[in-house]
Structure formats: C-alpha cells, structure tokens
Design a protein around this ligand. Structure first.
Ligand code: PLP
Length: 437
C-alpha cells in the first residue's frame, strides 16, 4: 500500500462514516482537536506499532501517536498483557489496589520533584488540582500562565492558548485572548498572562507578592517545540522562591518524552509541583499531580479536596506499571536514534525541495514550521509561520500514507524504526516537492 502511486490514498469511507454518525456525535468527533485537517476526521480500526489502519483499508504511519501519549507505539505487547490480566481481576474497586501503589512508587522514583503523588484521569483535571493546591498553600489567588502554553480546556486556563494574535496587545503586556465562546470572564480576575522566556517580565509581576503559582510548560511543546532560554527555568525558580510563589511545571507533553525524568530532569530544575498525563500510561487515561510532600499531602490533611471516580482505576494503573517498566534507558537510547534521524532527514528533504522551514525540538518530539527565517523563540514568533502551506504539506503526506499533525508537531515512538523512518522520508520527499511546485 505504502508504495502505491503518487497521491493514491483515498479517505472516502472515513468521510462517509463521519457524515452518517454526525447525527449522533457532534461533528463526528469527541474532541474539538480532532475536527481539524483535510480530508476531515478519519476513522480507525486498529493500531499496531508505528501504524494505524483506517476504515478505507489504508495503513498510515502515525506521528500523532495519540497526541503524544503513545511513547511505546500502538498496542505494545507488555501493556496489552498487563491490561488484559487486570481486567480479569476487576475493573474499579472504589478503594485502593496494590497496582496503584506500584505505579506511584515507579513515578516517584523517576521524577525528581515527585516526593508524593495523586493520580487523576486527564491533564486538564490535574492542572485544576495544581491551581487549587497552590492557592490553598499560599493563601493567594492569582496564577501566572504564559502565552501559547496550554493547560487544558477549562474556562480558567483556556486563555491566550492558540489564539489569533490580532487582538492580543503588545508582547510586553499581553491582552488575554479566550479560546472558546461561552467562557466566563470572571476567571480573568485570578489569571495573569505573560510572555514566556522573559525573566524581567516575570520578576516584575511576581515581585508584587500576590501570585500563588507560576504555571508553565518547561519546554513549550503544545505549540511548536521551544526550549527554555538558557537560565530561564533556574531564574523562574529563584524568582518564585524569593517571593513565596510556587513553581508548577506542566509536563503533560514533556513527561516521559524528553527523557524518563521529564523536562525537569533534562534541564535540571525541580519545580514545587508538576503535572503528567499522556505518555505516563501509553494511551490509558491517567494523569498525575506530583510534588513536594508538604504540598501534595495537603490533599490528605490540609483540607484541599481532590476527588474522581476513575482516579487510579486499576486497569489504567496496570497500564501505567507496564508502560513505566518498558521505559528503560535503552528505550530512550533506541528511539532517540530514530527520532533524530527523522528530524534531521526532514530538515534535509525540506531544504532540498526549496522549502523555507524551521525544524526544532527534541528526539521524540519535534516541530516543523514553514516560512520562518529563524527558529521561533516565543509563541508570537510561531504565529507568523505559514500554516496554510504546512497544512498542504500534511495533506500531501497523508495521501502518501503518513499521518502528521497539521499544527507541526511530530511525536516519535520506539516503533518508528529505521524502516519506518525510511518510508517516512520517502513520503516527505514526494510531499515536499509537490507543495513546493
Ligand atoms: N497540558 C498540556 C501541556 C497539554 O498538552 C495538554 C493536552 O494536550 C493538557 C495539559 C491537557 O491534557 P488533557 O488533554 O489530558 O486534558
């Protein structure tokens, strides 16, 4: 299939299933982030390794990787077996199970900031827990978040996330831009939006003494793949400590992807609180809030409520243990080689086709932006990229059997081996020439 002629794949059956089922499911999708790209939402039957198989009979090399969750690729045998075994033992106890304590121990041993942990079910949800905790711990109400950083879809954080920047004001004093109709503006009382990677702006605002927490992606990966400026994370930590503000790292994407200990281990800065989801359980709905023991213990003894029917659900916990067991140092070494080959190959192929593009990022996650002269340092730089040109490229790639996110992110798993990278780069060559002509 992969070797079929240029632009041969058809997605008609997906389109037909979506249109038939839109009478039940709004837009045919259960997350707005799946509405996106041409030729419309796809419908899948099966995932295996680096591949997804759709209802049209196409085999697609998948670089969505469950929006970053599938760090081991699709259907890894160890996770499948652990999950099946746990299903036989029971699905939900509304009580504790040994498997959740095993999962907790593994995460706490791996993540530098994790003295204690509480599990949840989604990144959005644990971000809420972090803000509540920070407010309780400091007695302050305001939270700083940064332009372009995403901490979930709830009203109080869905600001200046991926907006058009037309009405976002000057970079030094960003005007909050909502991410959805229907959002309460009351939440803005407690939210301060700043530009990231700017220590002077952070110091100026935090030093007023009314900030409970500074929340950030330690490397900005939901939009682009932008590293912290040298000294930025250390500086942010020092500013927070000086003014009694808590530092929260949202590692929902970076966790278990920039390395086993996340961005905090890679960059050597240990926040007070951190958030994990996505790759923690290779596709099972698991999230975690971890951090200093005195803070996380406030959920138990400090009057801070944290609940959830599905928290630490045993089947998801079995997936967590099996995923963490597979995330060995060798896993990172092996998959990094593939990721770097792909990233560098991508850069070469795009240049050879005469496309101006910036390829930035890490081994298991990188980002491609068309039309920029230099790598983006901020979200505002990224907003100047040629999004329409890149969308044409991802459509051309899809027709060649490679599924990559329209927003430019590429997620690599340990299943994206040399053979898969070769196939991908061959498709990139064809797609790049097509859009360049
Ligand atoms: N934080 C970051 C950095 C994310 O990228 C995401 C999701 O993409 C979230 C939080 C929200 O996680 P979830 O989609 O599991 O609610």
């Amino acid at each position: 299939q992969q070797a079929r002629a240029l632009n041969s794949l058809s997605f008609d059956e997906s389109s037909s299933v979506i249109s038939k089922n839109s009478r039940y499911v709004a837009g045919g999708v259960n997350s707005n982030f799946r509405l996106g790209m041409a030729p419309g939402p796809l419908v899948f039957k099966r995932g295996e390794g680096a591949y997804l198989f759709d209802v049209d009979g196409n085999r697609l090399i998948d670089y969505y990787c469950g929006m970053g969750a599938m760090v081991l690729g699709h259907s890894p045998a160890g996770v499948q077996a652990a999950v099946k075994a746990q299903v036989d033992e029971g699905i939900l106890f509304a009580g504790q199970s040994e498997v959740e304590f095993e999962a907790a121990r593994m995460i706490c041993e791996r993540i530098p900031s994790a003295q204690r942990i509480r599990f949840g079910s989604s990144g959005s949800e644990v971000a809420q827990a972090a803000m509540r905790l920070a407010r309780a711990a400091t007695g302050r109400s305001k939270i700083i978040k940064f332009e372009g950083h995403y901490h979930g879809w709830f009203d109080n954080v869905l600001w200046s996330t991926a907006p058009a920047l037309a009405d976002a004001g000057p970079a030094e004093a960003p005007v909050p831009v909502g991410g959805s109709r229907g959002q309460s503006r009351l939440d803005l009382e407690d939210l301060v939006i700043l530009g990231w990677n700017d220590l002077a702006a952070l110091e100026a605002r935090v030093s007023k003494g009314d900030i409970a927490a500074v929340m950030m992606e330690p490397a900005m990966c939901n939009q682009g793949a932008i590293s912290p400026a040298p000294g930025y994370l250390e500086g942010a930590q020092a500013i927070c400590r000086k003014h009694g503000t808590l530092l929260v790292f949202d590692e929902v994407i970076t966790g278990f992807r920039l390395g086993r200990g996340g961005a905090q281990e890679r960059f050597g800065v240990t926040p007070d609180i951190s958030l994990f989801a996505k790759a923690i359980a290779n596709g099972f709905p698991v999230a975690a809030i971890v951090g200093r023991a005195d803070l996380i213990d406030m959920f138990a003894t400090g009057g801070v409520l944290h609940g959830g029917t599905f928290n630490a659900q045993p089947v998801a916990m079995a997936a967590t243990v099996a995923t963490q067991a597979a995330l060995t140092p060798e896993h990172y070494e092996k998959s990094s080689v593939f990721g770097v080959r792909l990233r560098e190959g991508m850069r070469e192929e795009l240049a050879a086709a005469g496309i101006k593009a910036q390829v930035t990022g890490f081994e298991l996650m990188f980002h491609v932006a068309f039309g920029l002269d230099a790598p983006a340092k901020t979200y505002r730089d990224l907003a100047r990229a040629d999004k329409a040109g890149y969308a044409r490229f991802t459509l051309a790639l899809l027709k060649q059997g490679v599924r990559a996110l329209e927003r430019g992110a590429w997620f690599v798993s340990s299943e994206h081996n040399d053979d898969v990278v070769d196939q991908t780069l061959a498709a990139v060559r064809i797609a790049a020439r097509e859009v360049a002509s």
